[in-house]
Design a protein around this ligand. Structure first.
Ligand code: HDD
Length: 734
């Protein structure tokens, strides 16, 4: 059995507190604390006597007209009127955190970039996660691609990897970006729907633009509804290049794999959370970092020597294709963690701005036609969002020296002394750097060809990797893709859209096409449009990423109580959950004091059953207690909590009288419960009718291991979800 004890490293983090490296010190220059001694001032520094009354003419018995003269009041209103800046045209909804990157294996055989060769370095970083389609105020848990944009503040300048949680993209050439985004965003006539791909225009585009086929299979898979930003892989998607000290070039893709494993919500849960807790992912990231359970990823590269560029049956510069891991293994060379929440959302998470074109010496671009277009687009979009001096903003400025001849523009902050602002100048000031001094030197690539609006022949193949992805899914994952397509196409009212999409699915798999056709009302195809090649690849199914080790760390576990609960079971569970670095959330019939059986103790719940929902937790534990269970059994919402958690495949634990409550709520013959002191684990429902001395009350023993109740309960939580329930069709029966 696995240990659920926190690693020493995590304990150290909790004790030492967050660390962020140079960038944190750099940001301190701009950061103000709100001290008790500080007094309200205008932006020009004059102390104000009132934040309540606009200057006006008053008589004793009459409030007279306000005076436009009041500079304090006008400043407040002006500042407020202009608080909003344009939201990002895509990826508007996001949240970010600071962290650090550490290399554990030098990649000097393929690059001379110090961040990828110097194992003694710790590089500060900022990551912004996002959804793509929704506006800034949209819900976190919608079905969508997730952005995973990283800024490394290296000593050689900022390096941005503007990544996603899906390794491929909808389009091969950047010129199509406005189309794919227009098609996915709310429709132009009525601005409906918000943050959804489930509509006519999105699927119309997917059909007409067959190179999107591989990508929509990923977004329809569980990758489109992650449980947490902390449980997603990240992929740079585009093909970059690495150049080593000998001047040799390799093609490269960047991949990040989370220590906590890759996990998703179930669709019904995602839908409900969008209304019940639209900030679910934002809060989850914040909470984990505040609790010192810092999310970590391994940093990997896939490299292909320049000479092997054409050895594959796909074009390695095509962003709609993965490089299958059995052909190009991932080499994990470093790791990064997020360990500090921003101090203020707007100046940091909202104003952070990324550019794929921002790379450092030792790293280069490729001729990937999506990347080349992105390199133009990002700087351009920052101009309309933040203005020409966006790189001076504290969150965006590098930690290494910046000196150049760029000048002026709106909101310029930097003041550069000297009498010249051009090169060459008589003082030899601001001289360009040599290669030896660290100057960026472009790789001397030989280029020949004719000008044409075209792509190489291999770009024209659009279905082989969609099949590869489908074939590599587990049965559960396949079911989820079918249901996702069933949901999405059901939201398309135009028969032309869903009928044609069904024919597109026959390009991938006949069974898939037939099942979806039946669900959504299209004509089931009689035969596949092309044979399924039957190949699979490693690394595509989420089941391959359970996490570095089984853990309950950072999981939210509800403890349901009413007056008369069993204090021993309650406190043992509470202690064990906390010691495993998970978050115990006491949910009561009310949020005021609840007293244990016989007055043995009391608790003031974090939430009450109506205010919080089962969707917001990963598991439920219910301690016994005659009166508590009697009250919960009569409470429809309590029964709904248990049924819903069961339906969402979550671990459920119950002791003493609570076993009967669980039995009543679930009421399925297939799910057996404990009749004695023996622990019963049936479909992730862990029960123990009589508590044995030592089995529950000694939390420390429980965490250390053994075959006790908590051990089994925690094991199920660490598995993330009980898939057997779904495979046996039990989840849909409650
Ligand atoms: Fe993009 C934002 C990721 C293709 C144009 N993109 C943006 C963000 C992420 C990505 C994570 C949010 C950055 C942040 O948090 O501030 N984009 C991708 C990936 C792509 C991709 C992985 C495919 C490989 N993007 C892509 C293309 C174009 C753009 C082809 C245009 C030709 N993307 C933008 C943008 C955004 C953006 C309009 C909006 C806000 C921003 O850049 O800063 O320029």
């Amino acid at each position: 059995m696995a240990s659920y004890l926190p690693s020493m490293e995590k304990v150290q983090h909790a004790v030492l507190g967050p660390r962020g490296g140079d960038k944190v010190a750099d940001l301190q220059k701009e950061t103000k604390e709100m001290s008790d001694k500080a007094r309200l001032t205008t932006d020009y520094g004059v102390k104000q006597t009132s934040a309540d009354d606009w200057l006006k003419i008053v008589n004793n018995d009459k409030t007279g007209p306000m005076l436009l003269e009041d500079p304090f009041a006008r400043e407040r209103i002006h500042r407020f009127d202009h608080e909003r800046i344009p939201e990002r045209v895509v990826h508007a909804r996001g949240s970010g955190a600071f962290g650090k990157f550490k290399l554990f294996e030098s990649a000097e055989d393929v690059t001379f970039a110090p961040i990828l060769t110097d194992t003694s370095r710790e590089t500060p970083m900022f990551i912004r996660f996002s959804t793509v389609l929704g506006s800034r105020g949209s819900a976190d848990t919608v079905r969508d691609v997730r952005g995973f944009a990283i800024k490394f503040y290296t000593q050689e300048g900022n390096w941005d990897i503007v990544a996603n949680n899906i390794p491929v993209f909808f389009i091969q050439d950047a010129i199509k970006f406005p189309d794919v985004i227009h098609a996915g965003k709310p429709e132009p006539h009525n601005e409906v729907p918000q943050a959804q791909s489930a509509h006519n225009n999105f699927w119309d585009f997917q059909f007409n633009h067959s190179e999107a086929t591989h990508m929509f299979m990923w977004t329809m898979s569980d990758r489109g509804i992650p449980r947490s930003y902390r449980m997603m892989q990240g992929f740079g998607v585009n093909t970059f290049t690495l150049i080593n000290a000998k001047g040799e070039r390799h093609f490269v893709k960047f991949i990040f794999t989370p220590e906590l494993g890759v996990h998703s919500l179930v669709w019904d849960e995602a839908l409900k959370l969008a209304g019940q807790d639209p900030d679910f992912h934002r809060k989850d990231l914040w909470e984990a970092i505040e609790n010192g359970v810092f999310p970590k990823w391994k940093f990997g590269i896939q490299v292909i020597p320049e000479a092997d560029e054409h050895k594959f049956d796909f074009d390695i510069l095509d962003a709609t294709k993965i490089w299958p891991e059995d052909l190009v293994p991932i080499r994990y060379i470093g790791e990064f963690e997020l360990n500090r929440n921003p101090d203020e959302f707007f100046p940091q998470t909202e104003q952070v701005a990324f550019c794929t074109s921002h790379i450092v010496p030792g790293i280069g671009f490729s001729d990937d036609p999506l990347l080349q277009g992105r390199n133009f687009s990002y700087f351009d979009t920052q101009l309309s969002r933040l203005g020409i001096n966006w790189q001076e903003l504290p969150i965006n400025r590098p930690v290494c020296p910046v000196m150049n001849l760029n000048r002026d523009g709106a909101m310029r902050h930097t003041i550069t002394k000297g009498t010249v602002n051009y090169w060459p100048n008589r003082f030899e000031k601001v001289k360009p750097a040599t290669h030896e001094e660290g100057g960026y030197v472009e790789y001397a690539e030989k280029v020949a060809g004719i000008k044409a609006r075209a792509r190489s022949a291999k770009f024209k193949e659009h279905f082989a990797q969609a099949q590869l992805f489908w074939n590599s899914m587990s049965q559960v994952e396949k079911n989820h893709i079918i249901n996702a397509l069933g949901f999405e196409l059901d939201h398309c009212e135009d028969p032309v859209v869903y009928e044609r999409m069904v024919t597109r699915l026959a390009d991938i798999d006949l069974g898939l096409a037939q099942t979806v056709a039946e669900m959504v009302g299209g004509e089931p195809p009689k035969e596949a449009s092309r044979p399924n090649h039957g190949r699979k690849a490693p690394g595509l199914s989420q089941t391959e990423f359970p996490g570095a080790k089984p853990t309950i760390a950072s999981r939210r576990i509800a403890i349901l109580v009413a007056d008369g609960y069993d204090q021993v079971a309650y406190s043992a569970a509470y202690a064990a959950i906390s010691a495993g670095l998970a978050i115990p959330l006491v949910i009561g019939t009310k949020r005021s004091k609840i007293v244990a059986a016989g007055g043995a103790g009391s608790t003031t719940p974090h939430h009450h059953l109506e205010g919080f929902r089962s969707t917001m937790v990963d598991a439920i534990f219910i301690p016994g207690g005659v009166d508590s269970i009697r009250a919960l059994s009569k409470n429809g919402r309590a029964l709904h909590w248990i049924r819903e958690a069961f339906g969402h495949l979550k671990a459920i634990g119950a002791t003493g009288e609570a076993v009967d409550l669980v039995n009543k709520a679930i009421a399925l013959p297939a799910v057996s419960v404990s009749e004695s002191a023996e622990v019963q684990d049936s479909y992730g429902v862990v029960t123990m009718r009589e508590t044995k001395p030592g089995s529950l009350s000694e939390a420390v023993d429980i965490i250390k291991g053994g075959a006790g109740f908590m051990e089994k309960f925690f094991h199920n939580i660490a598995q993330h979800r009980c898939w057997a329930r779904e495979l046996d069709g039990l989840n849909s029966q409650v």
